[in-house]
Design a protein around this ligand. Sequence first.
Ligand code: SF4
Ligand code: SF4
Length: 288
Amino acid sequence: MNKNTFEPGLSLLRQPVAPLVSMVQFLYLTGPFATVAEVIGEMPEPIETELAVYEHPVALLREYLEFLQPLESLKSEQEIGDDVVDEQGEPVDRMTAVSALVMQQVLTAELEKINSRLCGVCNCTLCCTGPSAGMSQEFFEIPLAPREIDLFAVDRCDHADSRAHRARDEEELYCDGRPFYRRRSPGLFHWQNGWSLILPRGAQCPNLEPGSDRCRVYAQRPEVCRRPQIFPYMLERLDEPRAGSPVYRLRQTLLAVVDCPYVRELQDDIARYAAAAELHLAWKENKS
Ligand code: SF4
Ligand code: SF4
């Protein structure tokens, strides 16, 4: 694909908001500002960094104001409510924790926008179809929340045996005398760890409109279908909450799924984006 095709998303990828967020944090903490909004209101325009020229940094930053406001907890005694630990499980200092929580939110919002623009021009349905002939995986799984299963008008498998298995168990679930994925059409399965839509080889999601390849439930599509192929992994949520609040492990990473055509095409730009946010970059393959 010609890189110009990606222009709507690429122009955003090349103007990462992360360096501006770091500037706001620095100015807020070192200046006489009561709120983050005040700092943003006094930013000069344009701003030039090593990576990009931001013609309208104020407008850009205001889009993320709600995610930046927790920085204000750094000037008060206000609890942040979430614990962040390092690789060894030791709590990190408050500044590191708040900065990471803020950056995770900002980058998630920014990358959702970038990814949806990049995906939109690819005419690709990889995320909505089962494995194709050359792939080794037997099925793809789309995990779903219970409230999302009614979006899919397909057979359901929900019994004591399905609820005692997980889709990836070595000892596979059998349905009608064959492994659960040896079926022609997609199905909803209730596993030990929740619901998922199973797309067997050659199948496609029932919501993918034949011919147009559009998602019929786009506005209500499940959470997992909104997940971008380039996403921040600043923090990993751990399973053991302490005193009811979540615990995160600091990861400082940007993940990019190389199955996706725009990720393969834009590797240099993605690497620059990761560098701007001071994140390690990890390439990941989901489908084979
Ligand atoms: S619900 Fe829509 S976006 Fe999700 S897999 Fe189906 S067609 Fe694709
Ligand atoms: S693999 Fe990438 S381009 Fe293809 S549907 Fe998924 S997000 Fe879109």
